[in-house]
Write a protein that binds this ligand. Structure first.
Ligand SMILES: *Cc1c(COP(=O)(O)O)cnc(C)c1O
Length: 379
């Protein structure tokens, strides 16, 4: 298989070859670059898997005391996934899914996407020297995400329908044609995304009391729960967190217990009415002692502003749904105020700046002099 490796895929970093399969030597992972090299022993890879990387993962876990006050918990950390190479957590799983697809000889990758999966698939396809085809719900994807996918050279197709219909079409196409589906129904995506749970445990010395995150298709909550359980089985954490899934009120099938035909929310990355990983998402919330919580768009935008203005972390609106849900769960008495919580901020704010303050509205035009500036600032 090794002669089939695309030339653009960088060599594995110097050092011992990662152990494949059984739990093993992950002690020196901090020196390795990218998810596959750092967590090789915990990923479904083989000796023939290309050492694909864009240096994804290893994202900051930021102590957020001022946001903790706003949310109402004693201790809060933000896992900022916006610093991944394409600006969202999707890169962690995509690198594994694309590497395995390339290993199997696939030349074309396919996904349906609300935007971030498309950007990530397109980037890793370019890196691996294969083609990405991305199906986007017509007119419903943040412009910067489409721009990303196109910039990386993906073929983008707008489908006449929402995300759920686009994913149905993608699954049907992949069943009959030689294309590899890289949506989160691909188990390699889930395995790669679980690395974020490992990083949190490594950084905190164990799992937090509560992990809050936005939930759309249900892949990421599935991945986190799998990751925490795996780490406990390896003895790297003794505790497990309660997992709190935030859903937008207009797109909250997991809160309602039934699919939503016309999901509506400003949080476009979680505008999903029929989550593909429904059962495993429900299991993660139930087994962990957590819950799903619906939050209104206004509460999502309040959290979005609080994260940025209190901590200097700019995430996209969808990313704020976990913080909004945590605040609501604390207010409802479902999460204790003494909790140590981690909120996952899933994507970067520059991807979807539509709801950030408009330039101009808050920036008065003044003469370029100290006197005019002092007058404008009330100094
Ligand atoms: C994909 C995505 C989500 C939702 O994750 P799921 O795995 O679909 O539940 C949340 N936020 C952002 C920014 C995303 O890109």
């Amino acid at each position: 298989m090794s002669e089939a490796r695309p030339a653009v895929v960088p060599e594995r970093p110097a050092g011992p070859a990662p152990t494949v399969g059984a739990a093993a030597d992950i002690a020196d992972r901090a020196e390795r670059r990218g998810v596959i090299a750092r967590y090789a022993a915990l990923l479904p890879i083989t000796p023939a898997t290309p050492a694909l990387t864009l240096d994804e993962g290893d994202t900051p876990l930021i102590h957020a005391p001022r946001l903790a006050d706003w949310v109402g918990v004693a201790e809060l950390w933000v896992k900022f996934e916006g610093t991944n190479p394409t600006g969202s957590f999707k890169d962690r799983g995509m690198v594994v899914a694309v590497a395995r697809a390339v290993e199997a000889g696939t030349r074309t990758l396919l996904c349906a996407s609300t935007g971030n999966t498309a950007a990530s698939a397109a980037a890793y396809a370019a890196r691996a020297g294969v083609q990405a085809v991305v199906l986007l719900p017509g007119g419903r994807v943040a412009g910067a995400k489409i721009a990303q996918a196109l910039a990386y050279g993906a073929r983008a197709i707008a489908v006449d329908g929402g995300f759920d219909a686009a994913l149905d079409a993608a699954r049907a196409l992949a069943a009959d044609y030689p294309v590899a589906l890289v949506n989160s129904v691909n188990p390699h995506r889930i395995a790669g995304q679980a690395t974020a749970a490992y990083e949190i445990c490594d950084a905190l010395g164990g799992a937090p009391d509560v992990l809050a995150l936005p939930v759309g298709n249900g892949g990421n909550i599935t991945a986190y729960w799998a990751g925490f359980r795996r780490y406990r089985a390896l003895g790297r954490t003794t505790a497990l967190p309660s997992i709190l899934g935030g859903q937008a009120a207009g797109a909250a099938p997991l809160v309602l217990g039934h699919p939503v035909a016309q999901p509506e929310t400003i949080a476009s990355a979680i505008r999903i009415g029929r989550p593909a990983s429904w059962d495993s998402a429900v299991e993660a919330a139930r087994e962990s002692g957590g819950e799903f919580r619906a939050v209104a768009d206004a509460a999502i935008l309040d959290a979005y502003r609080a994260i940025a203005t209190r901590e200097g972390i700019f995430c996209e609106p969808s990313s704020a749904a976990g913080v909004a849900a945590l605040r609501a769960s604390v207010a409802a008495g479902r999460v204790g105020r003494a909790s140590r919580a981690v909120c996952v901020c899933t994507g970067h704010g520059l991807k979807d700046p539509q709801f950030a303050p408009q330039l101009g509205a808050d920036a008065p035009l003044v003469a370029p002099s100290a006197q005019a500036l002092a007058a404008a600032l009330g100094l």
